[in-house]
Design a binder for this molecule. Sequence first.
Ligand code: GRF
Length: 219
Amino acid sequence: MSERPALRLGILISGRGSNMAAIARQCHDRRIGAQVAVVISERPEAAGLTTAREYGIPARAIAWPGADRGAQFEAAAQTVLAEAGAELIVLAGFMRILSSAFVLAHAGAILNIHPSLLPKYPGLHTHRRVLAAGERTHGATVHFVTPELDGGPRVLQSRIAVRPGDTEETLSARVQATEHIIYPRVIGWCAEGRLVWRDALAWLDGRPLAQPLLEDFDA
Ligand code: GRF
C-alpha cells in the first residue's frame, strides 16, 4: 500500500447499501487506500444508513422534496460532503438524478456503478430488459459521472453469462456479487492515483481508456 493519505469518500445510497458495505470493508481492511468519510441517503429508512452506523461511519439522511428537483438535497449534501472532506463522491445505488450543475461542480470526482454492460441498458430495470432481449451476457459498469445519464467514461466492467432459467433475482444477485469486487477495485485505483480524470476522459496508468477494462467472471 502506498504512503498516500487515505482518499476520503462520500458515498450516496438509496437502499440496501451492499456496495457501500463492500467498499467500507475493503477500506477497513486496508485493501484499498481509502476511507469512507460519510454516507448520505435521501431516504431516512435506507438500510444502508444503519449498516454504515454499525461500521462507525457517519451517516446522514437528507430529504429530497419532490418539488425542487433535488436543489435542497444537493445544497445540503454539498455542505455535508465538504465538512467530511470528501474527495471522491461514490454513487452506490443512489436512485436520484443529480443536476448538471452538481455534476459539473464535481467533474471527474463522481463515480457510479450501473448494473449493465454500458452503453447497453442505461436506466432502470436492466435485469428484466436483458432477459427480455435474450442476451447471453450481462454485467456491471463502473464509470465516471457526467450530466448524461449513465453516459460518462467507463472504467471497468464485469461480465457474467446469462444462464437458462435465470430470473431477475438470480441475475441481480450474480451481477451484484461482481459489483462488490469491481467497485472497490476502481476506488483503489483512484486512491493510488492510477485512475484520474483529464480532458473529460478516464486515464489509467497514464493512458486514456478508449474502452473500459472488462473482466469475465463466469462467461
Ligand atoms: C446495484 O445493483 C447498483 O448497480 C445499482 O443499484 C444497486 C445498489 O445495490 N446502481 P446496493 O444498495 O449497493 O445493495
